[in-house]
Ligand binder design. Structure first.
Ligand code: HXC
Ligand code: NAP
Length: 272
């Protein structure tokens, strides 16, 4: 079998695709021939990303919606389906994060991250199922190492992303008979992203995180995009239900003591 990475004629939808890692994923698919749709809350970020995707030569669309609002996601996805037909690839990566201890956050603060990361994933899965190509669609949920490695200040993210990975694994079974594959990609620390800015807010902290990665560097959005393209391509045809770390070996080293670092950061932020 000869395999090429060419997504010409394929429809790729990236929820939360207007900045950071997810935008990098959207741009990578666009530069490999796909027509790409993105969605997030900000009209401005959506418009900017659609322009950038078009500048790469791709057909592009977008809509503004909050993943916490099921009807808004349903309406946006229906519009993309109406214009382009079935989705070949769906990447779901909208997320929220801030470092705070459980005692240092309100129940509503915890809920807001669970609503975005976990319920947002539920909404995206439910709203997209009717439009996924059967057989053949590939769904990628963007997780985080906190899903399986506890870190101080990250109880909300751990709870939410662990749930995301269990949705991935469950849907691999429930949707497998329809020929839909469902996987999670677990990024390590990715340079220049909002997530890193929030959890490693100084140059010194970023340097220490980079040094703690077994491969000795931070990742890039392209590193994550390449894994998504593998999963979405014919090379990934027999991969479903996988929770795939793409992190230079970081999770195997307990994320290089990120938990200790975050514990100190959160204590400092909370005046303890
Ligand atoms: C304690 C906080 C807080 C903080 C917000 N809250 N920030 N509590 N410490 N630093 C509380 C608020 O007081 C409020 O609770 C509740 O959280 C909701 O806050 P809002 O601002 O009203 O919510 P909203 O506008 O919906 O914003 C959601 C958000 C925000 C998650 C709080 O930060 C956001 O939109 N983030 C999206 C971008 C992002 O986070 N990107 C990074 C993803 S990286 P009360 O009780 O006052 O109502 C990632 C993994 C990185 O996910 C892993 C790296 C290894
Ligand atoms: P980011 O730039 O903040 O990306 C988050 C995206 O989600 C943005 O497009 C944002 O756009 C959108 N979004 C946030 N809340 C939303 C909501 N309620 N409804 C709809 N869209 C929403 O963050 P990032 O650091 O690149 O992280 C991207 C993904 O990778 C996340 O799933 C994160 O958990 C994961 N991850 C990141 C790292 C890292 O090193 N950065 C490590 C591990 C995992 P709007 O603001 O316009 O809504």
């Amino acid at each position: 079998m000869s395999i090429t990475i060419d997504f010409s004629g394929k429809t790729v939808v990236v929820i939360g695709g207007t900045s950071g890692i997810n935008r990098g994923i959207a741009e990578l698919f666009a530069s490999h021939g796909a027509r790409v749709a993105v969605a997030s809350r900000s009209e401005e970020k959506v418009a900017d990303t659609v322009s950038a995707l078009k500048a790469l030569g791709a057909e592009a669309k977008g809509f503004a919606a909050d993943v916490r609002e099921l009807p808004a996601i349903e309406a946006g996805l229906a519009e993309i389906h109406g214009a382009w037909g079935e989705f070949d690839v769906l990447v779901s990566g909208a997320a929220g994060n801030f470092p705070a201890s459980l005692n240092g956050m309100s129940a509503n603060a915890f809920r807001s991250v669970v609503e975005i990361d976990l319920m947002g994933t539920v909404h995206v899965m439910k709203a997209s199922h009717a439009y996924l190509k059967k057989p053949g669609a590939s769904v990628v949920n963007i997780s985080a190492p906190q899903a399986f490695l506890p870190m101080p200040g990250q109880s909300h993210v751990s709870a939410a992303k662990a749930g995301v990975d269990m949705i991935t694994r469950t849907l691999a079974i429930e949707w497998g008979a329809e020929g839909i594959r469902v996987n999670s990609v677990v990024p390590g620390p990715i340079s220049g992203t909002e997530g890193m800015a929030r959890l490693a807010p100084t140059e010194d902290a970023i340097g220490k995180v980079a040094a703690s990665v077994p491969l000795g560097r931070l990742g890039t959005p392209d590193d994550i995009g390449h894994a998504c393209m593998f999963l979405a391509s014919d090379m990934g045809a027999y991969v479903s239900g996988a929770v795939l770390p793409v992190d230079g070996g970081w999770a195997q080293s307990g994320c290089g003591g990120m938990g200790m670092f975050l514990g100190k950061l959160v204590a400092q932020m909370e005046g303890r």
